[in-house]
Write a new protein. Sequence first.
Lengths: 279, 208
Amino acid sequence: MTDRRSPSTGWFAGIDPGDPEAAAGAIRDGSGDAVREWPQVAVESGAFDSEADYYAALHDATVTATRAAVREAETADDRQLIHSVRAMDDCERVANELAERVAEWAGSRREDAGTGVDYAGTLAGEDDAAEPLVSLARRVCDLDDEAASLRAHVQRTAPEVAPNLSALAGPVLAARLVALAGGLKDLARKPSGTIQVLGAEEALFAHLRGHAPSPKHGVIFVHEAIQGTSPEHRGSAARALAGKLAIAARIDHYTGDRKPELDAELEERIERIRERETE
Amino acid sequence: MTLPDGVERRSFGEKEGLATRGEPVYGEPTDGAWRRWDPRRSKLGAMLENGMETGLSGGETVLYLGAAAGTTVGHVADFASPTYAVEFAARPARDLLSVAESRRNLFPLLKDARKPETYAHVVEPVDALIQDVATRGQAKVALANRRFLREDGRLLMAIKARSEDVTADPDAVFETVLGSLEDGYEILETGPLAPFHEDHLAVVARPR
Ligand SMILES: C[S@@+](CC[C@H](N)C(=O)[O-])C[C@H]1O[C@@H](n2cnc3c(N)ncnc32)[C@H](O)[C@@H]1O
């Protein structure tokens, strides 16, 4: 698009002044070498009737261009976050599944066979790489490393996409919530009751397929605010947490300003709920 | 020192401070049409508060680099004429948008100040180049944007020492940055922004 205009023409050259989208595109994608008295040029060239008209169109075009760029940048960021947290979960899940396979296989051949990703780690350290079992164990370790580096990536990027949500939920849980909702904007539009059970649907399907207990909670259940509360009060804790997360998601989507007072408010609410236990 | 037209010292309850007339943007105290300009949240506000000779008289054309959420540039647009606000980070630009929406003379540009060719087709020659980019290479940014400044215009710049080098002595950093600036500018005045901002040096210069 840059070549459309010769270097010393203004953003308005060849543009219908009544078309703010086209004008915004010219602001964003155009460029120039020479600095010129653009308002004067615009009026003299007949593109605008007066400088006042020129400035009015420039205002609309720059605001439209900036709004579009802001929205794109933010959407791109939360898309990326969703991909990385899903990839992280995939790597962890597959590493665990393969580790089970490794353990089962090893159990058929060795007295001292262990279980889990850690055992695969021990096996992978053995010299005999030509041995298929050792080679498979190495794949498990690679996947586990990949999961760890994806986790670090999520921890770094989630606070940029959703600063308040990440502070309240922790970056990984924040990323999961964004992923389950389908984006930060979608999360920001959900009522807190929905946020409370986000992720429960997946567990529900697993339950219906017969390999999981009936789900009562969404992914927020792993949060310390709930885990650290006695079982009888966990319902209240989950409601309080979901309420604050909903507010955080909205602030993150609409302004992106970090509001540390949210952290304190959540802490207070949870403390008050826990105090009931001792009564 | 004279304040630009459109900037006044007014009292807000107990406190007296600088103020401009415009839509409030960051929950600042107001008095009728006036809103307080907090020097702790604005390098340019601190320059005026500290009595530096900015050369601003009100009604000028301004190019503002590093507009962030628009806190300062909103005040500038309140007393200046066309005001071009360059910021390259999308997140703060969202707030800048709401500041610009209520100010018809404020033009937000989501652009990199190190690449003036990406907005030379939009920005006209200006009377004041105001810079607060807080990033490495602050002198380079000022030099690259000199092309927009009229011969008799002013560069008003806040140099943040830590942006150039976190470990170096701030005075040494200021020395280096001023040295580079002199390739294109004549330095008219420098001064600290204390007590409002630590480790910053404010500079008034004109193109040479
Ligand atoms: C200290 S803040 C500015 C605060 C603002 N001037 C105010 O007082 O309201 C510095 C800003 O400069 C922006 N910035 C840094 N390097 C930049 C560049 N090369 N181009 C445009 N903006 C830049 C940063 O994104 C940041 O928002």
